[in-house]
Design a protein around this ligand. Structure first.
Ligand SMILES: *Cc1c(COP(=O)(O)O)cnc(C)c1O
Length: 362
């Protein structure tokens, strides 16, 4: 079976972890600080704060911005649930703006329509590794005095006009096992704002300044040295792994030929890092999506639907009163999308097999 995702773990990760275990300092410490510095330098941003996962990164970033009850935060409904949940954690209200049908990213025109006097922030998501329209969203933020949070959980190393994502607003990254780089579980917040960075550090660790001196209500959202040790090895090869993802995507783009199958789009001024290779199956496609998925699996190809419904249709959100939302582009996408394997552990043979199986569907 060719899995839909697979972490690339080599000797360096293993040796790094063994070194930390033998050092005896296995919780938060110097290795985390080193990982923060290297990640910060890689992106070209001033501050980075490592946390225990990507959900926590979003939660801490919103808390650091003092988003709270009565505030509205505009985001996309076509993302992983954590993006919107992080807004609910603040007792703030997620407001969903529809997406662009080519990139699956939040549509700036739709964002404009959703702005009210209560709007405090926009959480954009660089979905599947393709950056959202940063210039347009930044302009809206400036015009309306809004904070920009970039959910970059799927876009480590992706670029918008030559600059890495997570450096335009407050960046939130995940290092979950399936992401472009991993620490098993893990997360990072990136910012150029020293006040935000300071507040993130406080919230991450019990609001502590100096030993047992607590100035704020904080949590234990720390990353461990063991996680950071894996992250250091992963970061070194992130560019290579992304390059492999891009090559794999290029191969699939070149060779997949089935009527009604729309391949992923890459805007001219961006560098897509293909967290997922997402195709659309339109009416002209010769099989239903369910039948096609079963056919792929029978032929040893893992696949998945990202995402089967817009967030406002999730049972939790229906119960909270979001059920009447309508984002037609996101709704149509959720019925048509299918993710095929694109991860860096794919072999040439794997790629040829995927092409042969998909192309023989008609
Ligand atoms: C993975 C992911 C998250 C959450 O990260 P975790 O590390 O799993 O908590 C948030 N947003 C998006 C878009 C993601 O893909």
């Amino acid at each position: 079976m060719i899995p839909i995702a697979k972490p690339k773990i080599d000797e360096e990760e293993i040796e790094n972890v063994i070194r930390v275990l033998k050092s005896g300092i296995i919780a938060h410490g110097e290795v985390v600080r080193e990982f923060e510095e290297k990640f910060r330098d890689y992106l070209g941003v001033r501050y980075s704060v490592a946390v225990s996962n990507g959900t926590v990164a979003l939660d801490v970033a919103l808390k650091a911005c003092r988003i709270g009850e009565g505030d509205e935060v505009i985001t996309t409904p076509f993302t992983f649930i954590a993006t919107a949940n992080a807004i609910l954690f603040q007792n703030a209200k997620p407001v969903f703006a529809d997406i662009d049908e080519r990139t699956f990213n939040i549509d700036p025109d739709e964002v404009l329509e959703k702005i009210t006097p209560k709007t405090k922030a926009i959480v954009g998501v660089h979905i599947f590794g393709h950056p959202f329209d940063v210039d347009a969203i930044l302009e809206i933020c400036e015009d309306h005095n809004l904070i920009l949070i970039e959910d970059s959980a799927q876009a480590h190393g992706a670029e918008y006009k030559g600059r890495k994502v997570g450096t335009f607003g407050i960046g939130c990254f995940s290092f979950y096992a399936t992401k472009n780089m991993t620490t098993g579980e893990g997360g990072m917040i990136t910012t150029n704002d020293d006040e935000i960075a300071k507040r993130c550090r406080l919230i991450r660790s019990h609001g502590e300044i100096g030993k047992y001196n607590h100035v704020e209500l904080g949590y234990n959202y720390r990353m461990t040295n063991i996680q950071a040790a894996i992250g250091l090895a992963q970061l070194k090869k992130l560019d290579d792994m992304n390059e492999k993802r891009r090559k794999n995507a290029e191969y699939l783009n070149r060779h997949l030929k089935v009527e009604g199958l729309i391949k992923p789009y890459e805007a001219k001024h961006v560098k897509h890092v293909y967290h997922q290779y997402v195709v659309r199956l339109t009416e002209d496609f010769p099989m239903s999506r369910d039948d096609f998925m079963e056919y792929l699996r029978r032929n040893g190809i893992g696949c998945a639907i990202h995402y089967p419904k817009p967030i406002y249709k999730q049972p939790l959100y229906v119960r909270l009163g979001f059920g009447d939302y309508r984002c037609p582009v996101a709704e149509e996408a959720s019925l048509q999308v299918l993710s095929l394997p694109v991860h860096p552990a794919l072999s040439g043979e794997d790629l040829r097999h995927i092409v042969e199986v998909v192309n023989s569907v008609a």
